[in-house]
Write a protein that binds this ligand. Structure first.
Ligand SMILES: Cc1cc2nc3c(=O)[nH]c(=O)nc-3n(C[C@H](O)[C@H](O)[C@H](O)COP(=O)(O)OP(=O)(O)OC[C@H]3O[C@@H](n4cnc5c(N)ncnc54)[C@H](O)[C@@H]3O)c2cc1C
Length: 278
């Protein structure tokens, strides 16, 4: 069931110099959303921007409220940050397929989260969901700099072993999430020796910019890891009609190309399904 709702803003405040927390009162949606899904938010009373803006569900606060974190990058998010509690936006959802958890249901694989930039957004919700299943999670979180890091305490409180990387080295590992993950995998193999070969391999859930996801795919191939990636692609309608967000994927026999819509067929895909080249 898809809802197009007037959503009252419960909270909208700054977390870092450029990232904000938005909490929407949407009781009809709060109980329907699953980790990895997003809302398509439209600002009311303006035609600029005309289109909705996709924002991931960061957390389910309670039976009524849903939390989102967003970075101010352009006009839509700039206007959004100017809004106050009590004002309303239009929220369309639930949209997209969330992370597929059936892939890990009957396994004991340690889980790896890999989040780059605002790709951190869905992982608080996912961690909370998996906490009930008592899964061991190592979360690799990357930002450009320390001052923009968000959700770290939440992930730790939800039981994740958090490994931070920043591009400028202001906190944690200096460099990319993919490099930090590869270092970790090398160390894991070196320290557990033959046991590593017998142990179940980590399973990856990732979200972030395309170059990062492509680099993760390469690490995954090198270490024989499986996983899923959530794509951050600019989109129009969010309903699968405008085809503004298509990406190239491999077909089942790995020969032909299949065009898939990030909004409707994703945003989560198998890590080896996307054709990254070009
Ligand atoms: C499924 C999905 C979930 C998302 N979840 C979140 C989230 O939880 N938090 C968050 O901060 N952002 C999220 N995004 C990205 C967010 O939708 C965009 O940042 C937002 O639409 C920008 O709107 P704007 O009007 O402020 O910027 P615009 O004026 O539209 O664009 C400003 C600049 O940002 C670039 N840009 C715009 N959208 C994207 C995009 N999707 N990917 C890469 N570059 C973009 C433009 O090319 C331009 O350079 C998500 C995107 C998708 C597809």
């Amino acid at each position: 069931m898809l809802y197009d709702l007037k959503a009252k803003i419960a909270k909208n405040h700054k977390l870092t110099p450029s990232i904000y927390y938005l909490e929407l009162e949407i009781p009809k949606l709060a109980g329907l959303l699953v980790p990895g899904q997003f809302l398509h938010v439209r600002l009311l009373g303006t035609t600029d921007p005309l289109l909705r803006r996709p924002l991931s569900v960061n957390r389910i606060v309670n039976k009524k409220n849903v939390g989102i974190i967003y970075k101010v990058v352009g006009k839509g998010t700039y206007l959004l940050k100017e809004m106050a509690a009590g004002e309303t936006v239009d929220a369309l959802g639930p949209l997209g397929n969330g992370f597929d958890l059936t892939k890990i249901k009957n396994s004991k694989n340690p889980l790896i989260f890999a989040a780059g930039g605002m790709g951190i957004a869905p992982f608080v919700f996912l961690s909370k969901y998996l906490r009930k299943k008592k899964r061991k999670i190592t979360a690799f979180v990357g930002m450009d700099k320390k001052a923009e890091l968000v959700c770290i305490d939440e992930l730790k409180n939800l039981g994740c072993d958090v490994k931070i990387s920043t591009e400028d080295g202001s906190r944690g590992f200096k460099g990319y999430v993919s490099t930090s993950l590869e270092k970790y995998l090398k160390k894991r193999i070196a320290s557990s020796g033959k046991r590593a070969a017998r142990e179940e391999k980590p399973y990856i859930y990732a979200c972030g910019p395309k170059p990062m996801l492509k680099a993760l795919r390469d690490v995954g191939v090198k270490y024989g890891l499986k996983g899923q990636v959530s794509l951050d692609e600019m989109m129009g309608c969010g309903l699968g009609a405008c085809l503004g967000c298509v990406v190239k994927t491999r077909n089942a026999s790995n020969e032909g190309v299949v065009y898939k819509r990030v909004c409707k067929d994703g945003p989560v895909f198998d890590i080896n399904e996307i054709i990254w080249e070009e």
